[in-house]
Design a protein around this ligand. Structure first.
Ligand code: ADP
Ligand code: MG
Length: 664
């Protein structure tokens, strides 16, 4: 198992591939996840903003509904005939009229569904309170002490002057509230709040009340202003409105601010109390109170994240005097985001793992040919160390396979060339030596032969010296033969080329050799290609090649046999001559030494071992090739290939002879 794993990850290149692929996958996934998260985030923040906008709309509706309810009460009482009638009687028959009025107000205040601190007061034309009732958030209506004048409150002044009905959120200073016994109800101790502005938005914060106020003028039968009905709901320390909004509209938190001070809320402190007395942050206050715009944003409230919205509350002349706030818990949205993120992370990890699983075999397939390259590298090293026999197995397909086979071909060629080079060098130096020795020996041998022949002729055949002299003459001739072969061998490095008809050249040689054959009962079969083109060659040298090959074949068939000589035009641009005998053949271990000068298996006096060496030199000088194929006791085939045109040959136009340079 481990081995298989190791094999899978063996090549560092493969590891690099796997890591790169996985990295690419990881990066693209990361970018994708980032983009998706961004979109989801945008979508969620839009959704949250929409949610608080909806919450705010609902909260404002309920807030206005409450104001309308109060307005409705004021309107109803201001147009009540018994109130209109009795308010005019107050100055004369005060007690009865007041009782009737109070009864009417009490009737109204006991309408089911009216919640919270409510005050109804009847004012005369000068703003003096002439009748009034107070309904606490839990209790029964109570009749109010009738002291005080409300005229200084702007909204009341306006109605008393014009008789119009006015309704709005208003600040009710504590001295006014004191007149109806609600100064304490309004009081809120201001708590230090981090991030709040150093200055209060309204210096009356803490003592003044914030009320939903409606004032409706009372007119007599002639339409003259005779007073007004003041109806208000005090929001300070009263949570009926905010709680109702929270419950009915399913809003998480609702708060009402007087200036920047929380006066009614259902946000709870860490201790579980209503969080009134704390103030809004300066940043939000600047937007909502100073600029009169709404503010939307996330906020950490008490111990939880909220998306919040603050809208300004305005009084009857449009001044910003407070704030209505709604907050939606982020937790519900956050849960969605978290579960989404978890899924995304799982998918991302899964994808990267999948990439690794897929790329491991894929990169294995890519890097497998590299193993073959390693084989090539080690083969190369052995070649560099001089081992020319190395060949690599051609296993892989494609480019690497091509590389392997061309590597092998290259080595074949290299080895061949090297062999030939060695052979050529050997021949060249031997040729020099042979030429030197042969020259020195040729003249003395000639002299010996001349005089020994004369002496032999002058000697009486019956003389005891006659036989000896015959031996001297014969052996001297043999020496001359060897010397002339040596000279031949030495001379071969100069080719005198002319158009040569190889077929007729072979025919001539065979005619001369036929005598030799008869004595050895060897038959020669010729198969000469009639359209064989003339080749550029040295006919004297080629004659020697043919003679030597035929004589070697005859020597190889001492008990008779047949020699086939065949010519053909192949391969491209060349002619081929084959000499095939069915003689004794050549053992494999001799094949490599065949062309070495003086290599012979024939008895002394019979062979010189120069024949094939000379042939080899001549063929190479003609830019040709010689191959041998032999099987012991079956026969031998020598194949010679010669080019039709000899390139690089100097042409002597006058003599029509071409001289080829020396072999080097
Ligand atoms: P030599 O003929 O003087 O021995 P060569 O160079 O012509 O020298 O030949 C070298 C050797 O190659 C021969 O001695 C012989 O052993 C072998 N040889 C050459 N040609 C043939 C052949 N046709 N059949 C068998 N052996 C051959
Ligand atoms: Mg020979």
């Amino acid at each position: 198992m481990m081995n298989r794993l190791r094999q899978y990850f063996s090549a560092p290149f493969q590891l690099v591939l796997v890591i790169s692929f996985s990295l690419i996958a990881a990066i693209s996934i990361a970018i994708g996840v980032w983009a998706i998260s961004q979109t989801i985030g945008d979508y969620l923040s839009d959704a949250m903003n929409e949610r608080v906008a909806r919450d705010m709309q609902l909260a404002q509706s309920f807030y206005n509904l409450k104001l309308q309810e109060i307005e409705g009460g004021a309107a109803r009482l201001s147009s009540d005939p018994s109130i209109i009638e009795n308010i005019q009687k107050l100055s004369n028959d005060g007690d009865t009229a007041r009782t009737i009025i109070n009864q009417q107000i009490a009737n109204y205040l006991s309408t089911p569904g009216l919640g919270g601190n409510q005050v109804i007061a009847l004012l005369d034309r000068s703003g003096n309170m002439v009748a009034g009732q107070y309904l606490s958030s839990d209790g029964q209506p109570q009749t109010l002490d009738l002291t005080g004048n409300w005229k200084k409150l702007a909204i009341i002044q306006k109605t008393l002057a014009t008789g119009e009905k006015t309704s709005a959120t208003e600040i009710l200073p504590s001295d006014f509230l004191a007149m109806v016994g609600l100064a304490d109800q309004a009081r809120i101790s201001i708590l230090d709040t981090p991030k709040a502005s150093p200055d209060l938005f309204d210096i009356r914060e803490g003592s003044a009340g914030l009320g939903l106020v409606s004032v409706a003028g009372i007119k007599d039968q002639n339409g003259g202003n005779i007073g007004a009905v003041l109806a208000f709901h005090l929001l300070n320390n009263d949570f009926t409105l905010v709680d109702r909004i929270k419950e009915v509209a399913a809003i998480d938190t609702v708060t009402i601010f007087l200036g920047d001070l929380r006066v009614s809320t259902n946000v709870l402190t860490a201790e579980g109390d209503r969080a009134i007395g704390t103030r809004i942050s300066e940043e939000v206050g600047n937007v909502v109170l100073q600029q009169g715009k709404e503010y939307v944003g996330p906020a950490f409230v008490v111990n939880e994240d909220y998306v919040t919205r603050y809208d300004p509350l305005r009084n009857h002349i449009g001044e910003v005097i407070g704030i209505l706030y709604v907050g939606a818990r982020q937790a519900s949205f956050q849960r969605l985001v978290n579960s989404f993120n978890q899924q995304i992370v799982l998918v991302a990890i899964g994808t990267v793992l999948l990439t690794i699983v897929i790329t491991t075999p894929v990169s294995r397939a890519i890097t497998r040919p590299l193993d073959q390259l390693k084989v090539l590298v080690s083969a190369n090293r052995r070649v560099a160390d001089g081992d020319m026999t190395v060949r690599v197995p051609v296993k892989a397909g494609g480019e690497v396979g091509l590389l392997e086979s061309s590597f092998n071909t290259m080595l074949d060629t290299l080895q061949n060339t090297q062999d030939q080079l060695v052979q050529s060098e050997k021949l060249a130096s031997l040729g020099q030596l042979a030429a030197g020795v042969a020259h020195e020996l040729n003249n003395p041998l000639g002299t010996i032969l001349l005089y020994s022949d004369i002496i032999k002729k002058e000697t009486d055949p019956s003389s005891p010296h006659a036989d000896d002299l015959a031996i001297i003459v014969r052996e001297t001739k043999r020496c001359k033969g060897i010397v002339s072969s040596l000279l031949e061998f030495a001379r071969q490095n100069q080719v005198v080329a002319q158009p040569t008809d190889l077929n007729s050249l072979i025919l001539k040689v065979v005619e001369l050799e036929i005598k030799n054959c008869e004595s050895n009962s060897v038959q020669i079969h010729l198969k000469l290609y009639p359209k064989l083109p003339k080749i550029q060659a040295d006919p004297a040298q080629l004659t020697q090649v043919v003679v030597n090959l035929i004589e070697n074949a005859i020597d190889a068939m001492p008990d008779g046999g047949s020699l086939h000589i065949q010519t053909s035009q192949a391969p491209e641009g060349m002619v081929t001559v084959e000499f095939e005998d069915n003689g004794m053949g050549i053992p494999a271990e001799h094949l490599s030494k065949l062309y070495t000068p003086f290599f012979t298996t024939k008895p002394v006096g019979k062979g010189t071992g120069l024949g094939l060496a000379i042939i080899y030199g001549i063929i190479k000088m003609h830019r040709g090739q010689i191959f041998v194929h032999s099987e012991v006791s079956k026969g031998t085939r020598f194949t010679i290939q010669l080019p039709i045109k000899l390139l690089g040959v100097k042409t002597n136009n006058q003599t029509n002879f071409n001289i080829l340079e020396t072999i080097e």
